[in-house]
Design a protein. Sequence first.
Length: 392
Amino acid sequence: MFAQRTAWQLSSNKITQVLTQLRESGEEILDLTESNPTRCGFSYPSEEIMDALQSPCNLEYRPSSQGLLSAREAVCAYYQRKNVEITPDQVFLTASTSEAYSFLFRLLANPGEEILFPRPGYPLFEFLIDLNDLKWRTFPLVYKEGWHVDLEGLASEVSEQTRAVVLVNPNNPTGSFIDATQRETINKICGGKIPIICDEVFEDYVFDEGLESFSLVNNQENLTFVLGGLSKTLALPQMKVSWIVVSGPKDDVQESIKRLEIIADTYLSVNTPAQNALPKWLGLRNVIQKDILTRVRQNRDLILGQASSHLSCRVLDAQGGWYVVLKVGQRDEEQFVLNLLEQDHVFVHPGYFFDFPDEGYIVLSLLPLSDVFEKGVTRILNNSFPDFFKGS
């Protein structure tokens, strides 16, 4: 009766079962996995956000396959403020980055062909691959004074069935950016024949104020699709606006735009009020991001300070995003997370959730309120690591 592509394991895992039981019993859980910014106590410019939805133009329907010109111009202005010049013709609006991925998978790959993804990476990708009848393959990120794309590993994974390479910049959850040298080598590996899909939803969230991120927007050497959206850029996941920016060799870009226009026109998924509001919303970027960047940086500094005295627990280097990765030794991750839940009422992600290649990683969100984050980190470090592991 049902399609094979939806034959997922639907039963909840042990961690989810324990979490549900504790919550139903009324126990207070320090949730250090929370990634929904609207539940993290940030102060939004609510009046300005809502006023942007009051346009009388919302009562008029003007379907456009790429999205309203005014909305696409707002995306161009967003990049211009980052000293990157693009044109509205390069921009396609979608309702989410998940939808953007699906559009691009339909554009680039036939059923059964392969898309390459970074490992570790976000688990959503596997569901998108299944729903688009494609094959999942990964290339490794390696850790050496920070995470990096294993360029030799990427080259070895490319095959005749590879139809796109997905980059996440900065990667989720490792927080590692693609730099200019890596981009050059990745372009050579792709050789003008394999498109790049670069997810840059976290690109504005840099840990070090002095570090400039490196975008693949306007990558001219290879057909490239850069993804962004309000879910992270403005911490407004409920507003459902994302975008694709197409760049690369002229002929490849023109052919992509022609085909994407038909795909996007088939769905016309982005609602009119959100498109009309987009110019004003993107103008609030600095106001909204200021509090989030402050929280993310403070929480990261806090855990760096507290973990520095624990030899068996190391905060791994990262450059940006909303997450922090801890290496906690060669432990059974699931049991470690269960112990934290049952004994300390602290909820964290096990590394296998993000497909880390071996055991001993946990992942924490940097978005929770600082007092919640500090209390949770203190319990993790004080109750999970014996005193003899502590440094002098």
